[in-house]
Design a protein around this ligand. Structure first.
Ligand code: PRP
Ligand code: GUN
Ligand code: MG
Length: 161
């Protein structure tokens, strides 16, 4: 599906949303550890780890696209320390189609799956998320963007643009 609109998330907003997620997660813990789904889950995982005072951090890397097997998701880094996920919190920035989340849940069936943002298709794959985003919206994370100079309107007018 091609996104028709963009939703820009700033660092401040992401931090606020991660803290909101941490508050809801507190009574569900303590967790033995956190499994970050790289790469987008790394920063949310770091914020949650700080808030939840969790120092055991694992990672799982799922590649959903490569030149040889288009569309076949593959785990290229296994979260060995997390076993079957029991007592662990799995963190990602976003679920969209849910393909990544499905693979992770198959690998860590007993883990609790939390993310910041969820689109309708992927939403049922999560245990907890902070905010729903329309399916046709592309989320631009702070690491995807940079501030850009834009000429003042008056300047544009004198240039005849
Ligand atoms: O629900 P899905 O359709 O699977 O999409 C969601 C996944 O897509 C993005 O990761 P991506 O695979 O782009 O890699 P990245 O985290 O390394 O940027 C995002 O961080 C989620 O992990
Ligand atoms: N940055 C970003 N990555 C994605 N991967 C799948 N959906 C999205 C999205 O909306 N934004
Ligand atoms: Mg990702």
């Amino acid at each position: 599906m091609t996104a028709t609109t963009y939703a820009t998330v700033t660092w401040d907003q992401l931090h606020r949303d991660a803290r909101t997620l941490a508050e809801t997660l507190m009574p569900k813990g303590p967790f033995k550890g956190i499994v970050a789904i790289t790469r987008g889950g790394l920063i949310p995982a770091a914020i949650l780890a700080r808030e939840l005072d969790c120092r055991l951090i694992e990672s799982i890397s799922v590649v959903t696209y490569d030149e040889e097997s288009k569309g076949t998701p593959k785990i290229i880094k296994d979260p060995q320390a997390a076993g079957d996920g029991e007592g662990f919190l799995v963190v990602d920035d976003l679920v969209d189609s849910g393909i990544t989340a499905r693979v992770v849940r198959e690998r860590l069936p007993k883990a609790f799956f939390a993310c910041l943002y969820a689109k309708p298709t992927g939403k049922p794959l999560t245990d907890l998320f902070v905010m729903e985003v329309p399916q046709d919206t592309w989320v631009l994370f702070p690491w995807d963007t940079a501030p850009l100079f834009i000429a003042p309107l008056a300047k544009k007018a004198t240039n005849g643009n």
